[in-house]
Write a protein that binds this ligand. Sequence first.
Ligand code: ADP
Ligand code: MG
Length: 198
Amino acid sequence: MFVERNIGSGHLVSKGWIEVVAGSMFSGKTEELIRRLNRALIAQQSVEIFKPAVDKRYSKTKVVSHNNSKITSTPVGFVRDILLQASHCEVVGIDEAQFFDDGIVEVANQLANEGKRVIVAGLDMDFRGIPFTPMDRLMSIAEYVTKVHAVCMHCGDVASYTHRRTKSKKTVVLGEKDIYEALCRKCFNESRKAQSKT
Ligand code: ADP
Ligand code: MG
């Protein structure tokens, strides 16, 4: 089980580690990331938050959750930028990590090796239910992995899948409730089947 460490000490984090928060869209990944980062801020730890510059859905410079909690972030074009910009801080938050390339794995390791607490949030599967690289690799190297779940928009059960309601086959299509819905395994499989027939 994940237990928040080094919270409230106010001291430098001496040993680094990686935490991953993974799940479907609307599962509360960003909410959970913001909650952990806010607690680090309360503990007076120095915090930097990054998100991929391609994700401009709500705000260019803020990480915003679907229930509208926010935290100021730095948009980055390349994963390497994170290393430079996080050099001074103790806690590093990264949202929408699935939009970064594989370099994020090495960057997360390097930051943790430098003694930082690295908290990464992102989609674990794409719209086909296939593991989303590099999140799968980040989950492998992390000390702590938390899977969060949404509510199935068809039956109200626990949802782990992100269903794309349109027929585009591109892996990345930026969108919200207009394009995506959270579904449980059964409703996801039924929807994919019905979609393939149309
Ligand atoms: P994520 O980052 O995983 O996409 P957020 O943290 O941004 O999720 O948003 C979570 C919030 O989304 C919930 O607190 C709730 O208000 C809202 N929400 C909208 N649709 C759903 C759903 N199907 N299941 C759960 N929460 C939902
Ligand atoms: Mg999010």
